[in-house]
Write a new protein. Sequence first.
Length: 140
Amino acid sequence: MAWASEKIDPRQVRLITSTAGTSTCIGNPVSPVCAVETFLACIARNDRELCNRVGVLDINALGRPGGISYKILSVKQIRAADVPKSLGDTEWMKPGNVRVEVLDLSVMFPWCPHGCRSEIFVKPVAQGWHIVDWATEGVD
């Protein structure tokens, strides 16, 4: 688990614009965080190729002209003990997958006026990490 040594500062505000980003690994999903940042860049840049690199082949929420500002709040590997029986059949809640919690500061709704939290689940694949599922608070 080389990725487990990644230093995450939940106070650091990260940025992704149409041409640049705080991350140095966008497009190269070699870790759970790199996969998530590639996915966020896909959304911000309306770049389906970036989504494809992390296994997201069909997405409609693309394009953020102002870019994305966000914080990575936590990165946690899912253990067998973390999986309730009711979720045992899901693709996203599998031992070995990783849950990355992100605070998107560029999206604000009445229910999250200081940024919205998202949980993004990733799984290891032969060529790195792929997005399995994601959910944003208050958004269906």
